[in-house]
Ligand binder design. Structure first.
Ligand SMILES: [Zn+2]
Ligand SMILES: [Zn+2]
Length: 225
């Protein structure tokens, strides 16, 4: 299967599971990347050089990786990072007083997983916009699709993708107005005058609102690869 077809296939599967399909696909892809890193790349000197240059992983991805286990791989990675850090510290100590410290937070140091995720995100956003040209995909998206706001902002390009943009906006608006109504229903029933009414589907709307606004609390280790 071509890479583009794989992306569309993954998006279709994600639509069946509900929630933001981009978040879903990226969490799975990140888990695959990390599993691959742990089991295949940790002994690759080139990859370890890159990891050393990046100063390791960001906090989120370091703990995601830790929770995936593999004490030996972690020992190799961190022994390497610690030695590199100590060598750098040693060099910095020799630099004349007042000179810039090489150990200061370096903008150029980007976690390899974050970088990979950003590249994957671009590919998946492009894949989604392309897939929306198909009527069948559109229908599926209309029934279950809705992007979290960060991904909607990325995908919504009314100038470059006029038609897809209008479609995304239509589906998003419909979803948002349903959610807003549920939140208002929750607020109404919180009034003591209506407190006797049984809670309905609006009971977890507040959680769905947070999920929609910032994306789900999904760590790659929580999804199946
Ligand atoms: Zn998302
Ligand atoms: Zn990261």
């Amino acid at each position: 299967m071509k890479a583009k077809d794989v992306i569309v296939y993954n998006l279709e599967l994600a639509l069946e599971d509900g929630g933001c399909p981009l978040c879903h696909c990226l969490a799975k892809a990140t888990k695959r990347y990390l599993a691959n890193f742990l089991y295949e790349s940790v002994n690759d000197p080139r990859i370890r050089d890159q990891l050393r240059a990046a100063g390791g992983f960001c906090r989120e991805h370091a703990w995601v990786l830790q929770r995936m286990g593999d004490p030996l791989a972690h020992s190799i990675i961190y022994a390497d990072l610690i030695d590199a850090f100590c060598a750098e510290l040693d060099q910095t100590a020799g630099v004349k007083r007042g000179g810039p410290s090489r150990l200061a937070v370096d903008q150029e140091r980007v976690c390899a997983v974050c970088r990979e995720e950003a590249a994957m995100e671009d590919r998946y956003v492009d894949g989604l916009l392309g897939a929306l040209r198909s009527g069948a995909f559109r229908e599926k998206y209309r029934q279950t699709g809705c992007l979290c706001l960060p991904h909607f902002r990325k995908a919504y390009e009314p100038v470059r993708h006029k038609e897809a943009g209008a479609f995304l906006a239509e589906v998003q608006t419909a979803y948002l107005s349903r959610l807003s109504s549920e939140l208002k229903e929750f607020i109404r029933k919180s009034d003591y005058r209506y407190a006797h009414e049984l809670p309905g589907p609006e009971r977890d709307a507040w959680i769905r609102a947070v999920r929609l606004w910032v994306g789900p609390w999904v760590s790659p280790q929580d999804v199946e690869a």
